[in-house]
Design a protein around this ligand. Sequence first.
Ligand SMILES: Nc1ncnc2c1ncn2[C@@H]1O[C@H](COP(=O)(O)OP(=O)(O)OP(=O)(O)O)[C@@H](O)[C@H]1O
Ligand SMILES: [Mg+2]
Length: 244
Amino acid sequence: MPNISFDRASVAYDSDVILQPQTFELSEQRIGIIGSNGSGKSTLVRMINGLIEPSSGTVRYNGLDVAKHGKAVRRKVGFIFSDAEAQIVMPRVRDDIAFSLRRFKLPKAEVNARVDDMLHRFGLADRAENSPHTLSGGEKQMLALAAVLVIEPETIIADEPTTLLDMRNRRRIIRELTSLEQQVIVVTHDIEMLADFDRVLCVNDSDIVFDGPPRDAIAFYTDLMDRLDAEGTPGGNYTDGPGF
Ligand SMILES: Nc1ncnc2c1ncn2[C@@H]1O[C@H](COP(=O)(O)OP(=O)(O)OP(=O)(O)O)[C@@H](O)[C@H]1O
Ligand SMILES: [Mg+2]
């Protein structure tokens, strides 16, 4: 599996600390990130592919400093958001998947073959010529996954991939994500999906407050929320609802 390493990596905007300095490595196959709204989860995972740069310290992906080699790292690390609609870039489903491959400069036949493969795998073959905006929410999330997997990334990061889905599509996305051979890092409030994960980090108030097996992490998180409730303290750094 790929190795992700944070070395005293922190994020601050002006004087607001969004993430305290973190030092840890991730090399398991399935890693979950849990924690309350505004605690810093999205910030943490966005640092892995350089969508957010650390204000201090370093993040490395397989030894490459993400701040210096963002482009190379983004070829290896695919990212999917909760709001699949926001990831649509092209007017046809087929072209939306193909668009991810533009920077690889592959022969047209190979692009077509890879896109067809994804269309079939994610049940989108008969929607290939349609506008992505006409797809259902679940289909849009499948499209987002297809558009990421077509580049054959080594790591897939999904930031709340099931949040906007109904039960059936939620299960389908969970099934797809948990059957991938690649490294998968999932930020979620959907705690059930983490049961068979290798490792779960719990983020609270700009810091990683627990790191361990799913059962222990979930127990820790539940207990933390109970304690904060009892104190009447608002969780995390809540400001304006689920961020993307
Ligand atoms: N560009 C920015 N400038 C200032 N503050 C920011 C910026 N981006 C995020 N924040 C703040 O950083 C904190 C952590 O945000 P982040 O999106 O990482 O939280 P999260 O744990 O993903 O929350 P959620 O569960 O709601 O998605 C929040 O208080 C947010 O308002
Ligand atoms: Mg978030």
